[in-house]
Design a protein around this ligand. Structure first.
Ligand code: BGC
Length: 801
């Protein structure tokens, strides 16, 4: 069972912010950080944040005399508060006020349960033991519950238990944002529903999302007694509490259950949210009944989504942690909520809960386990097409231009200025020019279709997105007579260190290779889809989107004549045009001082220098191409563009950029590990281990506490399935090209592929495939150039040499 648990065996206040993020519990509807129930937010140790999927609000802040509007994922009222004190004494129990003699915190990922065992001595030498257990129900998306078992070790006496709902919260989880406006909630009402239930109603200031929270608190003493007093305080609209006064006997445990329900104005099937919450909470069973249902739902999820790996370095446990956090952020409960996947989960406030291109790293896992979830998450983009079309037209293009950072309605949410904590300077932020997000969305639609053959989705939603994105690329591309090729100007690639030329006043770069190749791929994809859809639908779409025959002939043209820059016409793809003129960077000097993963942009700016001047990337950029496409596909793509690229060139490009990348984004190591999976398994494995440790060890020094890195988490899992098992869907065949690192003795996983459940067991000698359950259709599996047809019930073993 150890492989299912993350445990901490001592109380270390300085580690608490990181532990809070890593012990966050969520159910795809909302999530709460692993903060202590008895704590309240302070600026250093405790931050009990609760976040709702899609719970955004906008506020205006004054920065350097300018009004800046930001949209944030709101920190909602804290439902956790539970503590006690000895009657007649002032202070409430808090870890900072007692001597902790034993502490163990355990996150059980199989059950989705967070447990703390605390033994402590207070200033009166009273010793007390508390076991606290908590979960956010996967079975009922509105329910959270916690339980305390309090045992006086060497004392008897009367205590007061305090159970509260606290709406006096704001967004202050990220130090960099603290000078900006942060009060997102307006308190509306608090009150008592019945003897054991209190409620709190609140609303966001601008988006007017309402949330009702109710808390039902019960106590159970041994031997049973009803002899306790309860008092409810409701004077404050933002805070309500119940005080329960009762007697404790030495060595007799006292059990407290707090069951909370949370409804919002975004929910379906409700009349009025406060009434709904109050009525439904009284229908709920006990803590243990609710826990039972919750664990059963998690068991069902794990039955589909777990994978096994035999290796060193805790890989099994950490991979489970990654799957766990992904499925707590998006789950079956997310369906119909109209949300995307926030890059930092529902685990903290970094990046304000925005949705980026990170879905590119996340969807491959979901596509092959819970495709219905990917479909739902793609609909988040589809519903925001009108906003993306408007953005394209405002910028002078046709089609749809999706924002780099997306939130509630699909408007561009990237910040216009950002604070460099190293220097204290506010700087312009031009990362919004990452138009490649559009290619990621089209790529995700196509990959979903490849894993599912969901033609209805492609026909009614997916194709529309791909066509509109192709049209955007076609109109942002301009023809350069001199080059005899199309080019894309004023953009930024995935590497956020390069947003302009060092001597330029204007933001943006010319011909970012990744962007250009992806644009050509999207256009080719759009042309290919035309062959898949029925003519009626195709004509409807062409008419609706105003795509003419001339437009399509321009698409054809671009798909063969997109410009890709190379360094001195050699075999190294230039990250962007003019890249070779940048200066080489003194990596040794800076690595010695700042370690491996550095935020060079911030460091150099604080030294009065500029990272734009150097051949120094934040993350994989050109290399992304080798990550997204198999070498067969990529070489063919380059060939169709009229460029010769060989297998050997791919290795040379990987080496070239690996030596010039600082891995300032956790996504970077995933990509670098991936691209080496075949050519250099040792280096690939060491990169994989670094990616694996990104969040558990907080390699970026303080970023994980502000929210986990979901792209990197899901990316490590995907690395096993697509990188090491070598899974690739091409021409209706599921190709497998295994390359197991020596450090791994086997990988076992289950996949949902085109309606079938497949189980794959890969060792260094053999690959065993069983087609467990599924539709009657046959499955084509490709291995070493040969295609095999399997069907339900088949088991096949292949030799691997
Ligand atoms: C990375 C982006 C990523 C974003 C959110 C940034 O640091 O450069 O590629 O999308 O974080 O994870």
């Amino acid at each position: 069972m150890a492989e299912w648990k993350i445990a901490y065996d001592s109380w270390k206040p300085e580690e608490q912010p990181l532990r809070e993020a890593l012990c966050t519990l969520g159910n795809g509807n909302f999530a709460t950080r692993g903060a202590a129930e008895e704590s309240s937010a302070d600026e250093k140790i405790n931050y009990p944040g609760t976040y709702l999927a899609g719970g955004f609000n906008r506020l205006v802040s004054k920065v350097s005399g300018k009004d800046i509007e930001n949209e944030d994922l709101v920190n909602w009222p804290n439902w956790l508060p539970l503590t006690f004190r000895h009657t007649g004494e002032e202070g409430w129990f808090e870890l900072s006020q007692v001597e902790v003699t034993h502490y163990r915190q355990e996150l059980d990922m199989y059950q989705g349960l967070l447990t703390r065992q605390i033994q402590f001595r207070d200033s009166q030498n009273r010793e007390t033991h508390i076991t606290s257990r908590r979960f956010l129900s996967m079975a009922n998306p509105h329910v959270a519950a916690l339980e305390w078992e309090l045992t006086p070790q060497n004392w008897s006496g009367e205590i007061e238990v305090r159970s509260a709902l606290d709406g006096r919260v704001k967004n202050s989880g990220v130090a960099r944002y603290r000078s900006l406006a942060s009060q997102h909630l307006v308190p509306l009402e608090t009150g008592q529903h019945n003897d054991e239930t209190i409620f709190l109603l609140t609303q966001t200031t601008q988006s007017h999302i309402r949330m009702a929270q109710v808390a039902r608190t019960r106590v159970f003493v041994e031997p049973p007694s009803e002899n306790y007093k309860r008092e409810t305080k409701t004077g404050d609209k933002a805070y309500t509490e119940q005080l329960l006064r009762l007697s404790c006997k030495k060595q007799h445990p006292l059990r407290i259950e707090k069951v909370v329900m949370l409804y919002t104005s975004r929910d379906f099937a409700v009349s009025e949210i406060k009434q709904e919450a109050c009525t439904n909470v009284s229908r709920l069973g006990s803590f243990s009944q609710l826990l039972h249902e919750h664990c059963r739902t998690w068991r069902h999820i794990w039955d589909r989504c777990d994978l096994e790996i035999a290796s060193n370095h805790n890989a099994q446990r950490i991979l489970r942690l990654h799957i766990f956090h992904l499925l707590q952020t998006v789950s079956g409960n997310t369906v119909d909520l109209d949300v995307g996947v926030p890059a930092r989960g529902l685990h903290g406030e970094a990046y304000r809960g925005h949705i980026f291109w990170d879905e590119l790293f996340i969807f491959p896992f979901l596509n092959l386990r819970l495709p219905e979830l990917t479909r739902e998450l793609l609909m988040y983009r589809y519903r925001r097409l009108p906003e993306a079309r408007y953005a394209a037209s405002q910028a002078g293009y046709r089609g749809a231009m999706f924002p780099w950072q997306s939130g509630s309605n699909g408007r561009e949410e990237s910040q216009v200025i950002h604070l460099n904590p190293e220097s204290g300077n506010w700087l312009p932020d031009n990362t919004f020019l990452q138009r490649h997000i559009n290619a990621a969305i089209a790529y995700n639609v196509w990959q979903y279709y490849q894993s599912t053959t969901d033609l209805e989705f492609l026909s009614f939603y997916g194709a529309e997105m791909i066509f509109d994105i192709a049209q955007f690329w076609s109109t942002i591309a301009t023809y350069n007579e001199q080059k005899g090729r199309f080019e894309i100007l004023h953009v930024v690639g995935p590497d956020e260190y390069h947003t302009e030329y060092p001597d330029s006043e204007e933001p943006g770069l010319r011909n970012n290779a990744y962007t250009n190749v992806m644009a050509a791929w999207v256009i080719r994809c759009a042309l290919g889809i035309a062959k898949v859809l029925d003519n009626t639908r195709l004509e409807e779409l062409y008419e609706k989107l105003h795509i003419s025959a001339d437009d399509r002939s321009r698409w054809e043209d671009i798909s063969h004549k997109m410009f890709v820059p190379f360094i001195e016409d050699g075999s190294i793809i230039a990250q962007f045009e003019g890249y070779e003129q940048l200066q080489e960077f003194d990596w040794e000097k800076y690595k010695k001082k700042h370690g491996e993963s550095m935020r060079l942009d911030r460091i150099l700016e604080s030294e009065g220098d500029n990272v734009n001047k150097y051949k120094a990337s934040k993350q994989a950029d050109v290399i992304m191409l080798f990550y997204l496409f198999s070498s067969e596909e990529l070489l063919a793509l380059f060939q169709s563009l009229g460029y010769e690229l060989t297998e050997k060139d791919i290795s040379a490009n990987i080496d070239y950029y690996e030596n010039r990348t600082s891995h300032g984004s956790t996504l970077s190591k995933i990509v670098h590990s991936w691209v080496l999976a075949r050519s250099d398994r040792k280096r690939s494995w060491s990169n994989f281990l670094e990616a694996l440790m990104s969040d558990v060890s907080d390699v970026q020094g303080g970023t994980t506490q502000e929210g986990i890195h979901l792209g990197a988490m899901a990316g490590t899992v995907d690395l096993l399935q697509r990188g090491y098992v070598g899974l690739d869907i091409r021409e209706n065949v599921l190709w497998l090209n295994p390359a197991l690192p020596v450090e791994v003795s086997y990988i076992k996983l289950q996949l949902r592929y085109r309606g079938h459940w497949l189980t794959l067991l890969l060792t260094h000698q053999k690959l065993l495939i069983s087609v467990d359950k599924g539709f009657t259709k046959k499955v084509k599996i490709g291995l070493k150039g040969q295609v095999h047809t399997l069907q339900t019930g088949d088991k096949k073993e292949f030799e691997i040499s």
